[in-house]
Design a protein around this ligand. Structure first.
Ligand SMILES: NC(=O)C1=CN([C@@H]2O[C@H](COP(=O)(O)OP(=O)(O)OC[C@H]3O[C@@H](n4cnc5c(N)ncnc54)[C@H](OP(=O)(O)O)[C@@H]3O)[C@@H](O)[C@H]2O)C=CC1
Ligand SMILES: O=C1O[C@H](COP(=O)(O)O)[C@@H](O)[C@H](O)[C@H]1O
Length: 512
């Protein structure tokens, strides 16, 4: 048990996929890890008609996502967790019944001495975020004069700059910005947070972290899966909205930010937003044509199995031009990053699941030694966000023997090598932070808007211009060939696993 305030987590959309697959397992792990407050209640809310018992059955006892943990922990532990869960239905519409909901919350509050500390988690379609915020406010459930109130909002946060702004205004009518927690689960990943520590607690990195020493920065987010039954949603979204605008822009902001004066949520987010506000907006057709590539996966046979092409997926239009691959080259116009290209790509149906940031350092000003083998004359710092979380440093060493020949060597750190190397799941970490009132790892309104401001012109260009071609790529390769043209005159994308001897841990798919 820890010293968190007693509190209630009210999940809207409690019958949905996210609750079952992510939120309840994260809460279960917080419970078994003794992270929850002494008195803690979860109230699930949806339109479906469920009793408390039926809700517990659905999200705990018959959960595929808890199966292993439940088997390990035994009946008693599971029951005591399940007994914290309650359910209330809201009828057919989220427009009514909030008085009934408010009464239920008050009843549970009194019974479990919750002291009116509430987190409302919106795990519902974004179209009703504002309605729920309003209805909560009508019931004074936003009022912090007695107990604190927090509102967690799921992605997508808007569909464009305009809709994101509208949503911010809509929510801020009822909740103060300090009460609003916009979740981005990439910020909950240990390795994303570790970028801050790597940069700002090591005097060997930060002095080099600028245009004087860094040649370019590359970020790859690859998934081997396709749209996995989410074709209907994905076809209206695409890779740029689904991954780039939020998760990858968050990583960019942490890589690019200036040192904050301390580690408070506001200071860290102040610096992140400044980096996002310095993104060079691409407004003309020529720049957009030359710096953005979109692609869509085609059917292929992978490991003897036929994999569907994107347009054959359920819920996807037969003539869809929605991108499942996006690669963007861009610049950050500030003192630190002048003329340093950032190359960022994200895609589904790639050879493996991997997310990594590669800092490519410049070559020494004057090279006096011979190169040998694969040594390509520059140092690389590779931050493995997932899987095999860790950091790989590539540097030149002398080849043993006569002369001064140089080859590339690795210094490789794996989180799993730490004694306490167990990594908290992102949702577990983010829920715990919200329970503590720590918004560092949540996106602020201005960050979201700055990111949309950069992404909007790309989306508009892709949606309207004849020059914005959707390039096909076979499922299971590293995207369309054209994406290599983005990296001009330097080298190709660093496709992980091309040199197996170099990075064996990454590359299970190749070793099979
Ligand atoms: N699933 C995931 O992995 C991820 C989801 N998200 C976001 O989380 C949120 C929830 O996602 P997910 O659980 O997958 O969604 P689901 O489609 O599973 O639905 C979530 C809940 O919303 C309720 N609901 C659906 N339509 C309406 C409606 N028109 N009015 C009121 N309630 C409705 C459903 O319950 P009922 O019909 O009983 O009311 C259900 O409980 C979304 O905003 C999504 O974008 C973000 C990242 C990942
Ligand atoms: O938000 C999303 O993220 C997942 C990828 O998350 P990860 O933690 O497994 O890297 C992605 O599959 C999904 O399309 C997107 O909506």
């Amino acid at each position: 048990m820890n010293n968190l305030d007693n509190q209630m987590l009210i999940i809207f959309g409690a019958s949905g996929d996210l609750t079952v697959r992510k939120l309840i397992p994260a809460l279960y792990d917080l419970y078994t890890g003794n992270f929850l407050p002494e008195n803690f209640v979860v109230l699930g809310v949806s339109r479906s008609n469920l009793s408390d018992e039926a809700f517990r059955e659905k999200v705990v006892y018959s959960s595929d996502f808890l199966k292993e943990r439940i088997e390990k922990d035994g009946k008693e532990k599971v029951e005591s967790f399940a007994n914290m869960l309650f359910y209330e239905d809201l009828g057919d519409s989220y427009d009514t019944d909030f008085e009934k909901l408010s009464n239920r919350i008050a009843g549970l509050d009194t019974k479990f001495k919750i002291n009116r500390n509430y987190i409302f988690y919106l795990s519902i379609p974004p179209s009703i975020y504002e309605v729920v915020a309003k209805n909560l406010a009508d019931q004074k459930l936003n009022d912090e004069s007695n107990g604190w109130k927090r509102l967690i909002v799921e992605k997508p946060f808007g569909y464009s700059l305009e809709t994101a702004k509208e949503l911010n205004v809509g929510l801020q009518k009822y909740f103060k910005e300090t009460q609003i927690f916009r979740i981005d689960h990439y910020l909950g990943k240990e390795t994303v947070q570790n970028i801050l520590v790597t940069r700002f607690s090591n005097s060997i990195f930060e002095p080099l972290w600028n245009r004087n020493y860094i040649r370019h920065i590359e970020i790859t987010n690859a998934e081997s899966v396709g749209v996995e039954g989410r074709g209907g949603y994905y076809d209206k979204s695409g890779a740029l909205r689904d991954m780039f605008q939020n998760h990858l822009m968050q990583i960019v902001s942490i890589i690019a930010m200036e040192p904050p004066i301390n580690d408070s949520p506001e200071e860290i987010r102040n610096e992140k937003v400044k980096a996002l506000q310095s993104l060079r907006i691409m407004n003309d057709e020529k720049t957009l044509f030359e710096n953005t590539i979109k692609g869509q996966y085609l059917s292929a046979v992978i490991g003897g199995n036929k994999v569907k092409g994107y347009r054959e997926e359920e819920g996807v239009a037969a003539d869809s031009t929605t991108e499942t691959f996006a690669a963007i080259k861009f610049f950050i116009d500030n003192w630190r990053w002048k003329d340093v290209p950032f190359y960022v790509r994200t895609a589904k149906r790639m050879p493996t699941k991997v997310t990594e940031v590669v800092i490519h350092f410049k070559s020494p000003h004057h090279q006096i030694f011979n190169e040998q083998g694969v040594y390509d004359n520059d140092n690389k710092l590779i931050i493995r966000i997932q899987p095999d979380e860790g950091i790989l440093m590539k540097f030149g060493v002398k080849v043993p023997g006569q002369g001064f020949n140089v080859e590339s060597a690795n210094m490789d750190f794996y989180y799993s090598s730490l004694d306490d190397g167990d990594i908290m799941d992102a949702y577990e970490r983010l829920l715990l932070d919200a329970m503590q009132g720590d918004a560092t790892l949540y996106a602020r309104a201005d960050e979201v808007e700055a990111s949309w401001k950069f992404v909007d012109p790309i989306l508009n260009y892709w949606a309207t211009s004849k020059t914005a071609i959707t390039h096909g790529y076979s499922a299971g390769v590293w995207g369309p060939k054209n994406a290599d043209d983005l990296i001009d005159g330097i080298e190709m994308w660093r496709n992980p696993c091309e040199n197996l001897a170099d990075e064996p841990s990454y590359c299970v798919f190749k070793k099979k």
